[in-house]
Each structure stands twice: as structure tokens, then as C-alpha cells.
Design a protein around this ligand. Structure first.
Ligand code: 5GP
Ligand code: ZN
Length: 111
């Protein structure tokens, strides 16, 4: 499958790994929007949040158990989790991913 993040998970395209286990992979965003900005992706290819179902929801729940562990390891007390679903919301890579942003430049505004 011609998917950028599947290639990153497979190691075919280099990335700066933050965390990995059997179900998910986390790596620093190539174009950071905050002092810390990494992405967490399920190893299973799902194009977007629109493809989350009762059958695969455990993989997504797993990601939300991993994010606090990563942030604790990185010493991040405050952070923002973002998912862009669909082109109209700014999704550019069609493999489900959660942005995790942290740093002093995060304000209260979401948009
Ligand atoms: P989206 O706009 O789809 O929500 O987020 C895609 C993110 O992937 C962007 O923040 C972009 O900087 C990041 N990205 C795109 N290509 C690469 C890449 O090759 N390596 C890494 N590490 N991040 C990438
Ligand atoms: Zn993929």
C-alpha cells in the first residue's frame, strides 16, 4: 500500500522514534508546530478516524493509554492531543494519527 506512515512504521522511510510496541508507533513530526510535537499511529492502516469501529476500537483505546506514558517519560505535564479527520479539517496523510503537542506556545484557543 502506498501510505507514507505505513512506510515509516515499516522503517522504509526514516523517522525519529519516540515509542513503539506491537500495536502502535510514535515519532516526532517532521514539521513541529510546538516545542514538542510527535505523532502516534496505529500499526494497522486506518485511513482516518472515520474508520474507527467497534472491532478496532481497542487499538485506539490502547493509543490513549500509551500517550500519557510517553508524556510522563518525556516530562510533559501539559499537552494537547489533536486528530484531523478529512481534508476539510487539515488531514494530509491518510493514515490515522494523533498529534501530541506540548510547550509554552500552546494557548487556550483550539483554532
Ligand atoms: P495531518 O495534516 O494529516 O493532520 O498531519 C500530518 C503530519 O505529518 C504533519 O504535521 C506533517 O508535518 C507530518 N509529516 C508529513 N510527512 C512526514 C514525514 O515524512 N515524517 C514525519 N516525521 N512527519 C511527517
Ligand atoms: Zn498506512
Amino acid at each position: 500500500m502506498d501510505c507514507l506512515f505505513c512506510k515509516i512504521i515499516a522503517g522504509e522511510i526514516p523517522s525519529k522514534k519516540v515509542y513503539e510496541d506491537a500495536h502502535c508507533y510514535a515519532f516526532y513530526d517532521i514539521n513541529p508546530q510546538a516545542e514538542t510535537h510527535f505523532l502516534v499511529v496505529p500499526k494497522t492502516h486506518l485511513a482516518s478516524a472515520n474508520e474507527i469501529t467497534a472491532e478496532n476500537a481497542a487499538e485506539i483505546a490502547h493509543i490513549f493509554t500509551v500517550i500519557p506514558k510517553i508524556c510522563k517519560d518525556l516530562g510533559l505535564e501539559s499537552y494537547r492531543i489533536i486528530n484531523n479527520c478529512g481534508a476539510g479539517a487539515g488531514q494530509t496523510v491518510l493514515h490515522l494519527h494523533f498529534h501530541v503537542l506540548s510547550g509554552s506556545n500552546l494557548g487556550e484557543r483550539l483554532v
